[in-house]
Write a protein that binds this ligand. Structure first.
Ligand code: FES
Ligand code: FE
Length: 439
């Protein structure tokens, strides 16, 4: 933004990091975010396990574009814009399934899983050399890459490779991906809901260990009251800046883990299976990694808007703004492919009971986020939020705010095109340039 360099302020002497509340409410900021962030980053689209067999497909909306992701007969995964090259209709209108071909409902053109045009009604009316160059095939998304089973697209043809982009977040995705010898899979079904709040409030909340004890007090009380072995609600761990805007919390938490550590919550029923699982982890990855997987929880933010909560279940969650004060969230549960029925049932209960929109945690978070958004109506009078907790500490705690500063620093680089956030500045109250001007 040409005339507005004060959305993020760092006052080093005071060890203060502040973010303009205008960034949460202004239409022009959202337009810039679509142009400068969502069009320029790697964005999560689906998990490889959702496309296990040739012909499997999913349709997804990623940063306002409808996409069709397929596994073709050669076994390759392809991501296309889900719009007919003929005159624009949506080619595939199902959320997922298995098909040899996709027929556009408007005039009946048929495309293979590799995107090639297979047939057209009235083909004789087209020239002999029609589509020899392939320009009537489905159009692939400019970039598509997979890391550790997580499939990403980018609308920027010149973006760096996905592994380079992921930087230090690769290690955390690896910890999630290696939890099963048979591979991780998305469990069928998902959650979709909306929050009347800016999408960046959910970014902050997703890596915010500070709020857990107060916002989620009722869940922690429930654990204490329903499980005699749970005597503490203490957390212990650290926050990490993983580079390029990515961040994570990793900590020991008072709840059970879905991998090899359910015993406190499950009793004797699954003990043998749990012990076997742990031994397998030690065999495959060594004692240290096995302990990390089994006993530590992680909240991982892949900039800008993929959150993987590896806690009492594993959720994979993305969210996009439809308006500055309204976002739509999609969430899926990730699990070891070979998990037994009881463990999967228990995992999915946690996916619903804690992490779901009707569960113990998410409604508390929704209320907090909507309350913040409401507070931002006064953004001209109360112009900044404070994200300073733990600044200057060599090793920030899980409940410091380093993770949010990592996100906001990258956000500011992209929005303002500045190499570093503004180090000192005035409150943001004025207009900014439009996305069109900036482009
Ligand atoms: Fe798809 Fe015409 S728009 S066949
Ligand atoms: Fe929360």
């Amino acid at each position: 933004m040409k005339d507005d360099l004060s959305l993020v302020l760092i006052e080093e002497e005071e060890q203060r990091f502040r973010v303009s509340r205008g960034a949460f409410v202004r239409e022009d900021v959202m337009a810039e975010e679509y142009a400068r962030i969502f069009d320029k980053c790697w964005l999560y689209v689906c998990h490889e396990s959702e496309l296990a067999k040739p012909g499997d497909f999913v349709t997804r909306t990623v940063a306002r574009r409808n996409l069709l992701v397929t596994r073709d007969t050669k076994g390759d995964i392809n991501a296309f814009f889900n719009t007919c090259p003929h005159r624009g209709a949506t080619v595939c209108r199902e959320p997922s399934g298995n098909q040899k071909n996709f027929q556009c409902f408007y005039h009946g053109w048929v495309f293979g899983c590799d995107g090639s045009l297979k047939s057209q009604p009235g083909k004789e009316s087209y020239g002999e050399h029609f589509n020899e160059a392939g320009n009537a095939n489905l159009v692939p998304v400019p970039r598509f890459e997979i890391y550790a089973g997580f499939c990403f697209v980018s609308y920027d043809p010149g973006i760096q490779s996905l592994p380079d982009y992921l930087a230090g977040a690769k290690e955390y995705l690896d910890v999630v991906a290696v939890q099963s010898a048979a591979g991780m899979q998305i469990s069928q079904g998902g959650q979709q809901y909306a929050i009347r709040a800016n999408w960046k409030l959910l970014v902050e909340n997703s890596v915010d260990g500070y709020h857990a004890v107060s916002t989620h007090a009722s869940y922690l009380d429930y654990l204490k009251n329903t499980n005699g072995s749970l005597t503490s609600t203490a957390f212990e761990g650290h926050g990490h800046d993983l580079g390029n805007g990515h961040a994570a919390l990793e900590y020991r938490a008072p709840w059970g883990r879905p991998i090899a550590s359910w015993i406190p919550l499950w009793g004797e029923e699954g003990k043998q299976e749990i012990d076997e699982l742990f031994n397998q982890l030690v065999e495959h990855h060594g004692q240290e990694m096995a302990e990390r997987i089994a006993h530590k929880s992680r909240n991982i933010l892949i900039y800008p808007n993929l959150v993987i909560n590896d806690i009492m279940a594993i959720t994979v969650r993305t969210f996009y703004p439809e308006a500055p004060d309204y976002m739509v969230i999609n969430g899926w549960a990730l699990a070891p492919a070979e998990e037994s029925d009881w463990a999967r049932k228990y995992r999915l209960s946690n996916f619903l009971e804690f992490l779901g929109p009707g569960g113990f945690a998410t409604p508390d978070d929704v209320e907090a986020l909507e309350s913040c958004q409401n507070g931002f109506r006064n953004y001209r009078q109360v112009p900044y939020s404070d994200i300073s907790k733990g600044m200057g500490k060599a090793m920030p705690s899980y409940d410091d705010e380093l993770q949010m500063r990592a996100f906001w620093t990258q956000w500011d680089r992209q929005i303002n095109g500045a190499p570093e956030p503004q180090r000192i500045g005035q409150a943001d109250t004025g207009p900014v340039s439009s996305a069109a001007e900036a482009a």
